[in-house]
Design a binder for this molecule. Structure first.
Ligand code: SAM
Length: 325
């Protein structure tokens, strides 16, 4: 008999690659040196087995992420199979949107409806400075195409960077006035050198102050599997705004997620180095009950969590791309 995982931990983030087609200056994975050798990345059949097991023990939501998931060959077929796993109620994809204009129809046909697209600026030149690539127009076309195909929700994730994009937060928020997007502002996390993080970090309270000219925000009740965003509606807005404050908001107590890295490590907490190896047992032929037991261990590690006061926040000596954001 499998032990049921506590109801609260119901969300698994699956990183399917550590590769990315952008070079965002604050996401320092590409400075870390070598990428994982391809055989070290979990194969699709391994990822599907893990996802099925997660569903069996009570996880309900899976987010496919990376690196950039859309650059992995076979991703559409993988998503199609993921949608067939009984028990998974919500399957989402996080992407930088560069390949969305081409792949959106196939992703829709594979059953996908929920998209998060990362976009930190609405200016083409600034996009190139932030990401090291000139793909702004492709991302905007991909976003529009996704909405017209019927993807919903389409969420836009914007990492707030002091001195870089804080002069256009209002413009980004207004995307949610004119379209059905949920535009979410995210605090920068210390994945690279601490001085760099201090230079660019802007607390969410400041973001909300800058956006207060838009009117009084009405809180929206979160879905049961929702992540840590606080969601609001504003008068006259077609879409919504979201605020994610991993630094100033200390959301350990409400965190409902586990992460599986592309290297097959189950990570209970983004901010802690501790990981549980799933790939070894998977490749040595472990039975389902043993793998479930490892999931349970990850949940138990979360239960013993504590809050990180801001001044004790550990720098993450790795990147979001390697952990899966
Ligand atoms: N490539 C996909 C994408 O762009 O959404 C998925 C992976 S990407 C690592 C996930 C998200 O993490 C992106 O929105 C990116 O901006 C964000 N991210 C990367 N480094 C970050 C940091 N230090 N603090 C906050 N968010 C970060």
């Amino acid at each position: 008999m499998k032990k049921a995982i506590s109801q609260k931990i119901n969300y698994l983030r699956l990183s399917i690659t550590d590769r990315c087609n952008l070079r965002c200056f604050y996401c320092n994975y590409w400075r870390e040196g070598d990428k994982l050798p391809a055989p070290d990345i979990l194969r699709y059949e391994e990822l599907l087995r893990v996802a099925a097991l997660a569903a069996e023990i009570g996880l309900r939501k899976v987010r496919v992420t990376g690196g950039e998931p859309l650059i992995r060959r076979g991703v559409v077929d993988f998503l199609h199979k993921l949608h067939k796993i009984p028990g998974l109620k919500e399957i989402c994809l996080s992407t930088n949107g560069v390949l969305l204009q081409d792949l959106a129809p196939a992703l829709y046909d594979a059953g996908l409806r929920r998209l998060n697209v990362s976009l930190d600026t609405l200016r083409r030149d600034r996009y190139r400075e932030i990401t090291g690539r000139d793909n702004f127009l492709e991302v905007m076309t991909g976003l529009k195409r996704s909405v017209s195909l019927g993807f919903h929700p389409v969420k836009i994730n914007c990492v707030v960077l002091k001195g870089i994009n804080d002069d256009e937060l209002l413009d980004l928020a207004l995307l949610a006035r004119d379209h059905s997007y949920q535009v979410r502002f995210i605090e920068l996390m210390p994945t690279g050198p601490l001085e760099e993080w201090q230079r660019y970090f802007l607390p969410m309270a400041e973001v909300r102050r800058l956006l207060s000219v838009l009117g009084a925000p009405e809180p929206v009740a979160p879905e049961a599997t929702a992540g840590p965003a606080q969601i609001f509606r504003l008068p006259g807005f077609e879409g919504e705004l979201g605020f994610i404050s991993p630094i100033s908001g200390h959301q350990c107590a409400t965190c409902n997620r586990l992460r599986l890295t592309a290297a097959g490590q189950l990570r209970p907490c983004l901010l802690r180095e501790r990981q549980i190896d799933l790939k070894g047992p998977l490749r040595q032929g472990a039975a389902d009950h043993f793998l479930s037991h490892l999931f349970q261990q990850a949940v138990d590690l979360k239960a013993g969590r504590s809050f990180y006061p801001l001044e004790q926040l550990p720098p993450l000596h790795c990147s979001m791309a390697s952990i899966g954001g």
